[in-house]
Design a protein around this ligand. Structure first.
Ligand code: ACO
Length: 335
């Protein structure tokens, strides 16, 4: 049995900074409301004409991660791509990255688990590496939200939250089983699927129906979120996921070197921080700058924390996510 180690991290966000003030010119909202409820000050949106998409941003982040791992694209055995905003209905973004980076004909898998997508992807990669099937796996989380948001007052409770960007990690085989990914745990509760969803386009809301309807009041293409309901479940499931991961490894909250929670809402992160009695150096948040980038939020935050030297050798690093599905989970790493 092998262990999987993160050997490279990378991120990419579009240059265009969208402040809360700018949003308040598009819809009835305010910097004060957004900051007070979510902690977000600004987010990045893809600039029109830049060519950025979920796949291209993912490829940019991946390139950095591969280089930092000291590898080349030809060393990667498998690609896992997590997104809720794929460029195409099908095929998935994983094969696009394979093409963009001119990689060999390795397998590519897309993961559709929204905010938990990166945690799910890490878990899948970990299983493939531990069993010896693959040596180096590229895991990407990338989102192009801004193209699909309702930027009117009708959509404000969702649209102010989301941002665009990508993060990537290379997981590599290691013989030292005392370090690397110690455990992953995954959960879902599909009975709450409709509380946070985009219903169309889908097979259930297929194209002729969309064209026929052409109804300006049809909001099925825009994200719907029952915010308060989601919030309550998020704080519970984040906590459970962390406790489960720590317990499995006989660890206490005080052993956490760095917690990287999915950046859903600063208030959720602060609640979790307080619940576990963690100090500011034990939790990393950057939602203030990027908003909620869904599957990209953990790899962007992990990359930034690592770049800032906040993660040190032998640290216990906890990744925890909760999101649409509902889905949630954790990854416990000894760095
Ligand atoms: N600007 C100004 N006012 C607003 C805005 C806005 N952008 N959005 C909503 N409001 C108004 C509402 O209309 C409402 O007004 P009313 O009281 O007159 O009806 C009032 O503000 C309060 O609205 P709530 O929705 O109750 O606000 P809440 O405090 O719940 O905050 C939020 C909303 C930020 C969305 C919060 O519920 C939240 O963070 N939820 C969890 C998000 C999350 O964790 N998502 C999971 C990951 S995402 C994924 O998986 C894709």
């Amino acid at each position: 049995m092998y262990s999987s180690k993160i050997t490279g991290l990378g991120s990419y966000v579009p240059d265009r900074v969208v402040t809360n003030e700018e949003l308040s010119t598009l819809m009835e909202t305010s910097d004060e409301w957004i900051q007070e409820r979510t902690g977000i000050k600004e987010r990045r949106w893809v600039d029109e004409g830049s060519g950025d998409t979920s796949a291209t941003m993912g490829a940019k982040a991946a390139k950095i991660a591969i280089e930092r791992a000291g590898l080349t694209k030809d060393d990667i055995d498998f690609i896992i791509f997590a997104t809720l905003s794929p460029d195409m209905y099908f095929p998935g973004c994983g094969v696009q990255v394979q093409d963009i980076l001119e990689m060999p004909t390795v397998g590519a898998l897309d993961v559709r688990n929204q905010c938990s997508g990166f945690v799910y992807s890490m878990s899948i990669a970990d299983q493939f590496i531990k069993t010896g099937m693959y040596k180096n796996i590229l895991v990407i989380g990338s989102e192009y939200h801004s193209g699909g948001l309702d930027l009117t007052t009708r959509g404000r409770s969702v649209s102010v939250i989301f941002g665009d960007g990508a993060g990537a990690a290379v997981l590599s085989r290691s013989e030292d089983t005392t370090k690397g990914i110690l455990s992953t745990h995954l959960h879902s509760e599909g009975k709450h699927a409709k509380e946070l969803t985009v219903e169309g386009p889908s097979i259930a809301h297929w194209v002729p129906e969309i064209l026929e309807e052409n109804d300006p009041n049809d909001t099925s293409y825009y994200p719907y979120m029952n915010g308060t309901f989601v919030f309550k479940h998020a704080v519970l499931r984040f906590s459970q996921a962390i406790i489960e991961g720590l317990k499995t490894n006989n660890l206490e909250a005080s052993d956490i070197g760095m917690l990287i929670p999915h950046q859903a809402n600063l208030r959720i992160s602060q609640f979790v921080q307080k619940k576990f009695g963690l100090n500011d150096d034990q939790v990393f948040n950057n939602i203030q700058k990027y908003g909620n980038t869904t599957a990209a939020s953990i790899p962007i935050a992990l990359t930034e924390a690592w770049e800032k030297g906040k993660i040190k050798d032998d640290d216990i690093v906890v990744l925890a996510a909760f999101g649409s599905g509902f889905t949630w989970g954790s990854v416990i790493i000894k760095w």
